[in-house]
Design a protein around this ligand. Sequence first.
Ligand code: GTP
Ligand code: MG
Length: 369
Amino acid sequence: PEDIRVYEFAEKLKRPMSDIIKVLFDLGMMMTKNDFLGADEIEILSEEFGVEVTIVDPKDEFNYVEETEVEDINAVERPPIITIMGHVDHGKTSLLDAIRKAKVTEGEAGGITQHIGAYTVEQNNKAITFIDTPGHAAFSSMRQRGTDITDVVVIVVAADDGVKPQTLEVINIAKESGAPVIVALTKMDKETANPDLVKGQMAEHGISPVDWGGDVEFVPVSSKTGMGIDELLENILLTAEVLELKANPEAPAKAAVVESSLEKGRGPVATVIVQNGTLKVGDNVVCGSSYGRVKALVNENGKQIKSVGPSHTSVVVGLNEVPAAGEIMMAMNSDKEAKEYAHKRYEYERNKELSKSTKSTLEDMTSMI
Ligand code: GTP
Ligand code: MG
């Protein structure tokens, strides 16, 4: 609503402009047809004319436009994006480390020990992108925002510990998301590992193993010995193939933030996974209410890159503020457009906050009466 002018508001209400101007005048507001209406004025006018004003998230508008444009003949196959979830200490991080160690050569990794939010590995010349555990928070946030990017969920269950409360939570999240599921039975090197017991528990909760006549692959793995890692990756690729995942590398970039922070010397940085298009150094981007020009892209191996394509990950430097995990980053046509859009998003979030606080004040008042 923040960018609406008096005459546009009149058109929307199908009212003569003079009516609108008169009401404003009566309230002591001198406005002409080209003036912008603020949130307060809109609220007053809405009441006066008995209409309800809904605030539309500019992101939804954008997505709408984009979806009608997509169905793209230029879309090509893209790598799958995998989220690993499971109960505490069941071996998620160890599994991701083992995969990365097995698939990324020493030189490439550049001896980086620092934590990485997302990375891509190759199996038989096919790329697979993983979101690391903090991705879990981003995952929930993205689900809330309806911008989930997960193609396949890997549920980790320790073979020596079995189904636990968080395993059940994860099963529900996976079911709701509709993404295909693969189960990784971890810690198979342990003597107390009992995969059949775990299969039985999982089957009880609707996750039925293929070898029991169900439809979910269970892959026994050990992050200690490296057992089963290749099988797991093969399974992920087979599952992804069926999904026929596609993206258009030529489209304007759209990427999801999996984590973000404020870094000394670099300012706000965001680790993103590109959903569509190609993100390039120099792109004007908007990311929620933050925006900027991409100053640098740094890949999972700490190398500066010029661009990053669909399903691949990068750290983005150049935003004016730290965006929230789960937020969507989009390339815009100009610096001006990025700024305007960021401002719209800021106003949108603020209006949402305001309406929330008005509501709670009302509730507080009624509860006091
Ligand atoms: P949170 O992030 O805290 O939820 O834990 P996580 O699921 O990431 O588990 P993590 O990988 O940190 O592993 C937890 C413990 O299990 C660590 O002590 C690991 O060394 C151990 N562990 C993980 N995988 C294996 C495995 O395959 N074999 C054995 N023997 N131990 C494992
Ligand atoms: Mg972990």
